[in-house]
Design a protein around this ligand. Structure first.
Ligand SMILES: [Cu+2]
Length: 291
């Protein structure tokens, strides 16, 4: 008896064959289900990412308020529209429904209603705008004073230069050591960090979703933004402006360290940069002396 006929004769074998045949559909379906069911897939799906930094948290609040008002208006308008379409439709054999053109009280009502909504949205936005654009004070004493940063009146903010370059971000830290880093920005927890954002080639966009909105990085122009994170952690972002072939690779991380660790990182980075510069100098001299 051929082998395939033996297998078909057994219920277990039939089930196994069916399972194997279903694999090409089941595996992709399982992968899609796993991706959709992952909590990360629905985290902040409709709103900007929630943030521990005040400016980003306020942007989130404004967005949620506008979303709720917009959703209520959408439900109201679509509800009235669908109800009208169904309830006042022309029925088979029936007379033509009333043809109404213009309704002054209604038109005045929804014009005033729209103005009221705009006034509410504008008022709430302006109420939050100051907190979003004005950096708050650093919490308590920070190490920034020890790094001889120029003090903002009443506060010690850490001012970092952000420079977009195809296809990497460079960060310049203040201070006599002229510390810089690429890709990873290190900052101390509890310190207000102000960013001076620019570009040395084409237009880029600085964007760490959890640390606030996007800021354009434009050659010859400087944009400002800020954030303050009170707990150590890592925040991921990427360039948000198509800037060339490798735009997708232009990512960045903001690494928030306890102040003492940040100071240690600054010292280590300054030492490493100095060492590389010396090595470069030696290598240049050797090449100059060569044949
Ligand atoms: Cu880009």
């Amino acid at each position: 008896m051929p082998r395939i006929r033996v297998i078909r004769a057994l219920p277990r074998g039939i089930r196994a064959i069916r399972a194997i045949r279903a694999l090409p559909r089941a595996v992709p379906a399982g992968i899609v289900l796993a991706l959709v069911a992952a909590p990360a897939a629905w985290a902040d799906a409709l709103t900007p990412e929630s943030s521990p930094s005040r400016n980003a948290a306020d942007i989130h609040t404004l967005y949620v308020l506008a979303l709720i008002i917009g959703a209520l208006i959408f439900v109201l308008v679509e509800g009235v529209l669908l109800t009208s379409i169904i309830r006042f439709r022309r029925r088979r054999g029936g007379a033509e429904p009333a043809q109404i053109r213009g309704n002054t009280p209604l038109e005045v009502g929804w014009t005033l209603g729209a103005i009221a909504i705009l006034v509410v949205l504008a008022t709430v936005t302006f109420a939050y705008l100051g907190d979003i654009t004005t950096p708050e004070k650093s919490s308590g004493a920070t190490q920034v004073a020890a790094l001889h940063q120029p003090a903002v009146p009443g506060d010690h903010a850490l001012k970092i230069g952000v420079n977009g370059q195809q296809y990497i971000w460079r960060f310049d830290y203040p201070g006599p050591q002229q510390v810089f880093s690429y890709h990873d920005m290190y900052v101390p927890a509890g310190t207000t960090v102000t960013l001076k954002i620019t570009s040395s080639d084409v237009a880029h966009s600085w964007w760490i979703p959890k640390l606030g909105g996007k800021s354009d990085a434009i050659p010859g122009h400087t944009n400002d933004t800020w954030f303050r994170i009170d707990k150590p952690g890592t925040y991921y972002g990427e360039c948000a402006e198509l800037c060339g072939n490798h735009h997708a690779d232009m990512r960045a991380r903001v690494i928030v360290l306890p102040p003492a660790q940040f100071q240690a990182w600054m010292r280590r980075q300054a030492r490493d940069i100095l060492r590389s510069q010396r090595l470069l100098e030696i290598s240049r001299r050797l090449r100059g002396q060569g044949p």
